[in-house]
Design a protein around this ligand. Structure first.
Ligand code: FES
Ligand code: FE2
Length: 362
């Protein structure tokens, strides 16, 4: 890619990016944690696959495929018993590993296992990994990686375009000027966080000649931060602010029916102690909400009508091209079946190792 040329060639058709039949293997949001209490079971459909999710007596979350392997009853009609789930129809019981452990009319149940999916909680949401074994951590705000956080679940949305296209918005530098009237030039630098996460950070300092910048300049040394961290090509975390005060907004999006995007906006800040800490965080989260609105206002109509096709990329679209290339390198799965999509490196892929980080249900 020649950065000095005025236009880039984009004659390569993407296989994963903006494909309504594919998504990147990863962690995807399910429902807010508070919507599933101990002893509750709920039906959920994620990325075209029907599932049931329940919370056992030990508070752990368990996700199964939705239909009973006996006769196909929907398991969300069933009942949580301790840490297990009993089907409503003929009372077969499945433990948290999906093993059939009781059939009332048989002394010993046959060896039968339901498909289970790794499930965890973070930032007030329940997340499911769309493969057998999680390969990466749950999405996190890079600068709050090991910190306890305060989170406000702000809003839920459905947009009439692919999640990958929704993601681009935050690094589409031209539109930040054209639509959002940002009076500054933005140039991003890309940095890989891991195989499935990439960060784009603005490297152009904001000019000091406005009154507002002069006023707050006394509080900080470095350029105002504007960075976007993408996980699984479908979750974008925008971090914004001068160095003494950053706000973080997570746009957790997943592919919805008909190639649409279904998302949840989370406002995140680090936990502050005591009553004043709590109060301070309410204000911080309120300011974060205002910052989040900045990114949504003005674009809503475009994402309802866009037929994304970057036919004529120019130098200013460089970050978008980098993001597309990043998504193209991801492990893709098929909508509905969650089977591996054909990918260039399936054959040569090294044997996967278990993701080492602690996967917690707490
Ligand atoms: S259908 Fe579930 S036990 Fe028969
Ligand atoms: Fe925007």
């Amino acid at each position: 890619m020649n950065l000095n040329s005025q236009t880039y060639s984009s004659n390569r058709k993407t296989k994963i990016f903006n494909n309504p039949e594919r998504f990147t293997e990863g962690w995807y949001w399910v429902i807010p944690s508070q919507n599933l209490r101990v002893g509750e079971v709920k039906p959920v459909t994620i990325l075209g696959r029907e599932l049931v999710i329940y919370r056992g007596k030990d508070k752990r979350l368990v996700t199964f495929d939705a239909y009973c392997p006996h006769m196909g009853a929907h398991l969300a009609e069933g009942k949580v018993e301790g840490n297990a789930l009993r089907c409503f129809f003929h009372h077969w019981k499945f433990d948290a590993e999906g093993m059939c452990v009781d059939i009332p009319c048989l002394d010993t149940p046959p060896s039968l296992k339901l498909q289970t999916w790794p499930t965890a909680e973070k930032y007030g949401m329940i997340w499911v990994w769309t493969g057998e074994i999680p390969q990466q951590p749950l999405p996190f705000v890079p600068e709050l990686e090991d910190k306890e956080c305060d989170v406000a679940i702000h809003s839920h949305f459905v947009m009439n375009c692919h999640p990958n296209v929704v993601m681009i918005n935050a690094i589409d530098a031209q539109h930040l000027n054209a639509v959002h009237k940002l009076p500054i030039e933005i140039i991003f630098e890309r940095q890989e966080l891991n195989e499935n996460a990439v960060i784009f950070s603005n490297i152009i300092p904001i000019k000091d000649n406005s009154f507002f910048i002069k006023l707050i300049r006394i509080f900080y040394k470095n350029a105002i931060t504007y960075s976007v961290c993408y996980w699984y090509g479908s979750i974008g975390i925008v971090t914004l602010g001068p160095d003494f005060f950053h706000v973080h907004t997570m746009f957790a999006v997943r592919l919805h029916e008909g190639g649409k995007a279904e998302g949840q906006i989370l406002l995140i800040t680090k936990k502050r102690k005591g009553f004043f800490g709590w109060l301070c965080n309410r204000i911080v989260l309120w300011l974060t909400k205002i910052a989040g609105k900045f990114f949504l206002m003005g674009d809503i109509q475009v994402v309802q009508t866009i037929q994304f096709d970057l036919k004529t990329p120019i130098k200013a679209d460089h970050s978008i091209m980098q993001f597309i290339n990043h998504v193209e390198k991801q492990q893709s799965l098929m909508w509905g079946t969650w089977q591996e999509g054909r990918s260039r490196d399936v054959e040569n892929k090294p044997k996967r190792e278990r993701w080492q980080d602690k996967m917690s249900n707490d």
